[in-house]
Design a protein around this ligand. Structure first.
Ligand code: NDP
Length: 297
């Protein structure tokens, strides 16, 4: 393997340690812990795992975790009323509503109900608008985590050609905005893009957020490119193995021969998402308490 491995797990654990220290200083100064509320509607197994992991990580960072689990058939009005209570609760600095929501709920209306000052997921139109116009605000956790890894590896990103594959509101679009703000030349590709391979071939930075197992091959890449693989795809167990295989949107075996650096799956972008969520919640807590963060997180 020629490429350097970008170790998101190690980076995330360092970030979580710094957040933990800052959370202790916050509690001493504010007289209360920073608080993060996580709301889960229904019993989607993957969402259960994410919400459990977020609650555990919040407590480990020395912050208060408020977990609300509602049955799948909860009327939308009840969820909106809960969000109103969390908006008004001074112990809650951040609110995260785990997506996807059950079909009978209007996701956009639910997200719009979150106080933008507590929108630690960065999904409200206020947060998206602030990101697009270059104002300070909450940035979605996964793309912000990707940016941290890129800057840690490459330093100044100015002038690089970047291709983001995927245009979701959660990953692709905010990723493109972040790279643009770093003065990259950004191309956003999606399912209607023509000749994706030749676009990828030009890119110094490739961020794959598609949801298609091992789609991006090594021979698509410009030699030496930096590759960030956001994808999480479960493949049936390989011959002789008991457990399902977790793979990214990039074909790791071939890409790691061509790339200069690459994130693995698992252990790359995945661990960054929760670490950045904790970071965003602590930033929100400082704003609410009128305190200044001593170090950039
Ligand atoms: P979405 O399904 O919302 O978006 C996928 C995007 O990929 C769409 O914009 C779609 O295009 C595009 N796409 C689909 N097929 C192709 C194709 N053949 N060529 C080019 N583009 C294509 O997914 P998300 O953004 O939510 O997530 C993407 C991946 O990242 C998933 O694997 C998900 O599990 C993972 N993920 C990982 C996280 C982490 O913490 N590591 C967090 C969030 C997501 P179009 O818009 O035209 O349909």
């Amino acid at each position: 393997m020629a490429a350097k491995l970008i170790d998101g797990k190690a980076f995330a654990s360092r970030l979580r340690a710094r957040v933990g220290e800052a959370a202790r200083r916050f509690e001493a100064a504010a007289g209360r812990p920073a608080g993060l509320a996580v709301v889960l509607v229904g019993a989607d197994p993957a969402s259960e795992v994410y919400v459990g992991a977020k609650g555990k990580a919040t407590r480990e960072a020395g912050m208060a975790s408020f977990e609300h689990r509602l049955p799948a058939e909860t009327p939308e009005g009840e969820l909106l009323a809960l969000i109103e209570r969390l908006n008004a609760d001074p112990a809650v600095d951040g609110i995260l509503v785990q997506l996807p929501l059950p079909k009978h709920m209007d996701e956009a209306a639910v997200i719009a109900a979150i106080d933008p000052g507590k929108d630690v997921d960065g999904f409200t139109t206020e947060s998206a608008g602030r990101l697009a116009t270059g104002l300070a605000g909450f940035v979605p956790c996964t793309p912000l985590g990707c940016l941290m890894l890129l800057k840690d590896h490459l330093g100044d990103l100015s002038g690089f050609d970047a291709v983001v594959i995927g245009r979701s509101n959660i990953v692709g679009k905010p990723m493109a905005q972040l790279l643009l703000a770093e003065s990259c030349t950004v191309t956003v590709a999606h399912s209607r893009t023509r000749d994706l391979q030749s676009l990828v071939r030009r890119a110094d930075i490739v961020v794959a957020a598609v949801g298609r197992a091992e789609m991006v091959k090594g021979d698509w890449l410009k030699p030496g490119a930096t590759v960030i693989d956001v994808g999480i795809n479960r493949l049936p167990p390989a011959d002789g193995e008991a457990k399902a295989r977790l793979v990214g949107d990039v074909d790791f075996a071939s890409a790691s021969e061509a790339a200069g650096a690459i994130t693995p799956v698992p252990g790359g972008v995945g661990p960054m998402t929760i670490a950045v969520l904790l970071r965003n919640a602590l930033v929100a807590a400082h704003i609410h308490a009128g305190l200044r963060l001593e170090e950039e997180l």
